[in-house]
Design a protein around this ligand. Sequence first.
Ligand code: IPE
Ligand code: IPE
Ligand code: MG
Length: 253
Amino acid sequence: MSLKEKLDPNRIPRHIAIIMDGNGRWAKQRGKLRVFGHENGVKAVRATIEAASKLGVQYLTLYAFSTENWQRPKYEVDALMHLLIRSLHRELANLHENNIRLHAIGDLDSLPKEAAKGMQDAIRKTAQNTGLNLVLALSYSARWELAQAIKNIAAAISKGELEPGNIDEHTVAAHLTTRQIPDPDLLIRTSGEMRISNFLLWQIAYTELFFTPTLWPDFNEETLCEAIYEYQHRERRFGMTSEQIGSENHTEL
Ligand code: IPE
Ligand code: IPE
Ligand code: MG
């Protein structure tokens, strides 16, 4: 029995977020330049989108480029931006045919014009699709996002639209770039690194974390199923006790 067949179809995570890491090391192991790893990373992106879509995942968020990644050598940043433009161009028809709806989180204005336009066009073209919601995190970092949210909340207060005393968790969540997106149920990071690297800090408060040594270009349906299988064997308690979670009447305890 394959791992995929062992999955409980009724407990597929609604939202999976992935820190796609390890392209550079994958290329280095083959004596190639880092950019070769990024090019092969696109194949893993395609395979993951297809697998997630077939499994019935509703939201898939891919961390593609962080705020900090702008500090990489210019040729690598340029190569990544070209790859984004080229991939959008090549994949858009396919995404659309598969009923996939594209979203973006991050500072799109900081991207090269052609990349930002490519994203905006793809978001517009797929806006009516009702299948998998594919969220690309581009020029994204959680601290950037939180600072933006605070700025917007402060502006609402100074315009008299908001009372400071009324600010609660919902107010904060409503000012994040993910305001229309449920929190991730499962976060996967490839390449063996055990860190979050400034990704979705607010949203992962109760997300299950899965780390795999697999380098991103080698990630595929099998690795995705491995992560989901482990997720399905975890107990999400959200601060409560095991007994409460197991009990149908836990609100009465
Ligand atoms: C992830 O792979 C892709 C991006 C961050 C854009 P890396 O490029 O970080 O690869 P490693 O971690 O150096 O192997
Ligand atoms: C995280 O990977 C960012 C993305 C996958 C886009 P990095 O390779 O940039 O993270 P660090 O530097 O190892 O923490
Ligand atoms: Mg890395």
